[in-house]
Design a protein around this ligand. Structure first.
Ligand SMILES: [Zn+2]
Length: 354
């Protein structure tokens, strides 16, 4: 039996426009049949074009000369069984004839400004829908040609309309490296590197209220880090801050940072004041709350990260390493609900592999 690879030529939305195959193995693709020979030399096996919402254009295209390739619009599979003609997106089925999903978005609560059946927030030329959950900005080709991405790139990707405050915008300090301050660039694919998300709160002390305050504490405090240790910070108003660049290993969970994306919630979410002694508790006045805006941005960020990096585990700091009373009871009681929402596991715990 002979196998030959068939290749897809995709546009910026991941739509398969042309498929081809080097049948005669001569290192080039024949784009026409030579009428002087009895064989058909044509090696373009299928050509497909689309209306914005995915219905196929009929036209004088290259004919299908191989078994039908049903991976078409957005590279998703068109199911033609019983003539239902729906695309399978993972979370939902999509009907290109009406430009709507056939069911309600399971995370519709995050997208109050659009109908729960919408496709790509009704902007099908700029956006695509990766899994039937939410729209992603794709006009710059970044979705289809995904490689390691920076946090600034995430910001450009129209992350559910919630802007990410860049390091420049919050005036992050310059790195301090050397003298044992670790700053490890991740080699290779971030997707295969990351498997876990760890949630923190900024803690009992009033001075960690802002992302700058947390950065100062990490760089100037006892731990002497090269930069802020967390990859993202979320403020009480729901603003999401770019922390340590996503292609640099995080630095917060002692001896267990490998493979983990760190998110800090900029509030004191430990209203039980665990870890404080009696006197400290008397003077503890910074008990915070998990505001609805903060909770909603956390979900938005998690939805993005879980898909982008194939995350398997989600937990609070003290589930990974119980060295600290973090992230506090107000978020701890929500963790299982968040894990259930994304089908994630509890982190395995202290791995000791730093
Ligand atoms: Zn923590």
């Amino acid at each position: 039996m002979n196998f030959r690879a068939e290749y897809f030529h995709q546009d910026h939305l991941g739509n398969n426009r042309l498929t081809f195959c080097d049948f005669n193995n001569n290192g080039r693709i024949e784009i026409s049949d030579d009428p002087g020979t009895p064989e058909n030399e044509l090696e373009i096996t299928q050509e497909t074009h689309y209306y914005p919402f995915g219905l196929e254009h009929k036209g004088n295209w290259y004919a299908i000369v191989a078994p039908d390739n049903n991976y078409l619009y957005n590279g998703k599979e068109l199911n033609r069984d019983f003539d239902i003609n729906l695309y399978e997106y993972g979370a939902r089925w999509y009907d290109p004839a009406i430009g709507r999903f056939t069911g309600v978005d399971p995370i519709a609560d995050q997208f109050a400004w659009v109908n729960p059946y919408n496709y790509a927030e009704n902007e099908p030329i700029a956006n695509i829908d990766l899994h039937g959950l939410q729209s992603f900005y794709a006009a710059n080709g970044s979705i289809v040609h995904a490689g390691p991405i920076s946090n600034s790139e995430i910001k450009k990707r129209n992350l559910s309309k919630i802007p990410i405050v860049s390091r420049e915008q919050w005036r992050a300090r310059a790195l301090i490296t050397g003298s044992g301050r670790s700053y490890e660039k991740i080699k290779g694919s971030l997707k295969s590197y990351y498997n876990s998300i760890v949630i923190h709160h900024s803690g009992n002390e009033g001075r960690y209220k802002t992302v700058s305050g947390v950065q100062d504490e990490h760089m100037d405090g006892a731990s002497k880090k090269a930069d802020i240790g967390y990859h993202f910070a979320i403020g009480k108003g729901g603003e999401i801050y770019e922390g340590r660049p996503i292609d640099v290993k995080g630095a917060h969970v002692n001896l267990a940072n490998t493979g983990k994306i760190d998110i800090v919630l900029l509030a004191d979410l430990d209203t039980e004041d665990q870890g404080l002694n009696f006197i400290e508790k008397l003077f503890e006045t910074s008990d915070g709350e998990l505001t609805p805006e903060m909770g909603s941005s956390l979900i938005t960020l998690l939805s993005y990260l879980v898909n982008e990096y194939d995350i398997q585990e989600l937990g609070g700091h003290n589930e990974v390493n119980c060295e600290r009373y973090c992230p506090g009871n107000l978020i701890e009681e929500r963790l299982q609900e968040l894990r259930d929402r994304y089908g994630l596991d509890t982190p395995i715990g202290e791995t000791g592999n730093n």
